[in-house]
Design a protein around this ligand. Structure first.
Ligand code: FAD
Length: 284
C-alpha cells in the first residue's frame, strides 16, 4: 500500500496553522511522537497541515526500511512496481544518477556507443530538467547567463545521443533488488506531476556531485541561499534584483545594511560572484 491515506486528526487548534495530534497512516496508532513531527507539551504531536500531510510513527518507519519520507509525505516504495519499458526487457540496463559534468558525459558516450546499436539500455536520472555546467552558476546568480538559453535540455540531448532521460531526485537505493527510488516530481506550485517511481538497473553509476557544507553553522539553513544548483542561483538572482528594485523605488535614503550581501566562501563561485554582484548594484 502506498502511504496515500490522509492522517486522521485527533484535535485541532487555530492561529493560522492547524496543529493536531495525528494518527499514524500505517499502523493506526496515536503515537506520542511521530517521525515527522515534534512532541508537544502534552505528549501529543504537532504538524503544519497541508494537502499532503501524512504522519508515520517511528515503529512503522523502523519496521519498513522501504518507507521513505519524500517532499509529498511518506511513500512505501516496496509496493511501487518497477518502471521498465518493453524494449529494455532483454537488455543490460545502465543507470546513471546525476547529469552533471561527469554523468552527462558518460551518458553521451555510452548512448553513442552502446545505446545506438541496441547493445544496452542507457538511462540518466537527474533532479533537474536542464544541465548547467557548475562553473557557470555564479553567472546565473548575477544575471549574466540566461538559463533558458545557455543550458542543455536533457530530453533533447538524450534523444540525440540514444539514451533515456528520467527526471527526479534519487532518495533511496536497494542494492539487493538493484533498484533506485525516485522522489515524486513537483511543479512550480508544489503540485506533484510525476509520481514516485522505482527504477531498476544492472549497472549503477552514482555521479551526484557535491554540495557546499555549512558545518551546521546556526542560521545558515534559514537565512542563506546556497549556490549549488541552477535553481538556487536563479533564486539568489531574483532576490538580489528585487532588493535593488525596492531600493530604487523608495524615496528615503538606504537603511544601513539594506543592500548588503555577504558571500560566505572565497572559492571559485564566491570570488567570481563578488565583482559581478558589485557591478549589478552600481547599474541598478
Ligand atoms: C565556480 C566553479 C568553477 C569551476 N571551474 C572548473 C574548471 O575550470 N575546470 C574543471 O575541471 N572543473 C571546474 N569546477 C569543478 C567542476 O564543476 C566539478 O568538478 C564538476 O561539476 C563535478 O562534476 P560531477 O558530475 O561530479 O557533479 P556535478 O557537475 O555537480 O553534477 C551533479 C549532478 O547530480 C544531480 N543530482 C544531485 N543529487 C541528485 C539526486 N539525489 N538525484 C538525481 N540527481 C541528482 C545534480 O542535479 C547535478 O546535475 C568548477 C566548479 C565551480 C563551482
Amino acid at each position: 500500500m502506498q502511504a496515500n491515506r490522509r492522517s486522521r486528526a485527533r484535535e485541532g487548534v487555530g492561529d493560522g496553522r492547524i496543529d493536531m495530534a495525528l494518527e499514524c497512516v500505517l499502523c493506526g496508532a496515536w503515537p506520542t511522537s511521530h517521525a515527522t513531527t515534534h512532541a508537544d507539551d502534552d505528549g501529543g504531536s504537532t504538524i503544519t497541515m497541508n494537502d499532503t500531510a501524512r504522519v508515520v510513527c517511528h515503529t512503522a518507519a523502523d519496521a519498513n526500511p522501504l518507507l521513505k519520507e519524500t517532499s509529498m509525505g511518506w511513500v512505501d516504495y516496496s509496493v511501487i512496481p518497477e518502471s521498465r519499458s518493453a524494449h529494455e526487457a532483454s537488455m543490460h540496463r545502465e543507470l546513471i544518477v546525476g547529469g552533471g559534468a561527469g554523468g552527462l558525459e558518460l551518458a553521451t558516450r555510452l548512448g553513442d556507443r552502446l545505446g545506438k546499436q541496441g547493445k544496452a539500455s542507457i538511462a540518466l536520472l537527474d533532479k533537474a530538467r536542464v544541465h548547467v555546467w557548475k562553473p557557470h552558476l555564479h553567472e546565473i546568480a548575477s544575471g549574466t547567463l540566461d538559463i533558458d538559453v545557455d543550458s542543455v535540455e536533457y530530453l533533447a540531448h538524450a534523444r540525440a545521443h540514444h539514451y533515456r532521460f528520467r527526471i527526479g531526485a534519487m532518495c533511496g537505493l536497494n542494492r539487493e533488488k538493484r533498484q533506485v527510488y525516485v522522489e515524486p516530481t513537483l511543479d512550480e506550485d508544489g503540485r506533484q506531476f510525476i509520481p514516485p517511481r522505482v527504477l531498476g538497473y544492472d549497472t549503477l553509476i552514482l555521479a551526484v556531485g557535491s554540495v557546499g557544507n555549512d558545518f551546521s553553522t546556526p542560521g545558515v539553513k534559514e537565512h542563506a541561499i546556497a549556490i549549488d544548483s541552477a535553481g538556487e542561483a536563479a533564486r539568489f538572482n531574483r532576490r538580489l534584483i528585487s532588493a535593488c528594485v525596492r531600493a530604487n523605488a523608495q524615496y528615503e535614503p538606504l537603511h544601513p545594511g539594506q543592500l548588503h550581501c555577504v558571500i560566505v566562501g572565497a572559492g571559485a563561485t564566491g570570488v567570481e560572484l563578488l565583482p559581478r554582484q558589485h557591478s549589478i548594484r552600481w547599474r541598478t
